[in-house]
Write a protein that binds this ligand. Structure first.
Ligand code: RB5
Length: 150
């Protein structure tokens, strides 16, 4: 599976560690966003680059990182068709897949430690969408996008 990972400067160090983790597991990883942890890089630009890669089919899933995860998750969720969840623990990352069919996991590099971050990444890739009643709700999100955000 192809994955895109993007961050601002605050998420740069964690991004590189997550990238290495995913590559060890055999994923093909596209890196977007900040190229260092010291030069300021907008989470807006980082989120936009990730969103475009997923929507254009260059990557199937995304991991979005900024200091809190808040800014970049807001940016990604502004793109029609993307469901990005800001998660702080493994349970949330698992539910993002199982209940919400999220394609993008967001996290805060100043919020979670490396162990929690990698556990979330693993849960996000291991878990499947449960469908059924959850599919009805995800479809309602899609309808909302059609009705309100034309
Ligand atoms: C950068 O200082 C910080 O504002 C950013 O990483 C993020 O936390 C915004 O939501």
């Amino acid at each position: 599976m192809k994955v895109v990972i993007s961050s601002d400067h605050a998420g740069y160090d964690l991004k590189i560690k997550v990238k290495e983790h995913l590559e060890k597991k055999g994923y093909e990883v596209i890196v977007e966003g900040a190229t260092s942890g010291t030069e300021p890089f907008s989470y807006v630009e980082a989120g936009q680059a990730l969103a475009k890669d997923v929507l254009e089919g260059k990557a199937e899933r995304g991991i979005a990182i900024c200091g809190t995860g808040i800014g970049i998750s807001i940016v990604v969720n502004k793109f029609k068709g993307l469901r990005c969840g800001l998660c702080n623990n493994e349970f949330m990352a698992r539910m993002l897949r199982q209940h919400n069919d999220g394609q993008v996991l967001a996290m805060g590099a100043r919020v979670v430690g490396l162990g929690v971050a990698l556990n979330m990444v693993d849960a996000f890739f291991d878990e499947q969408f449960a469908g059924e009643r959850h599919a009805v709700r995800v479809n309602d999100i899609k309808k909302q996008e059609e009705d309100l955000f034309k």
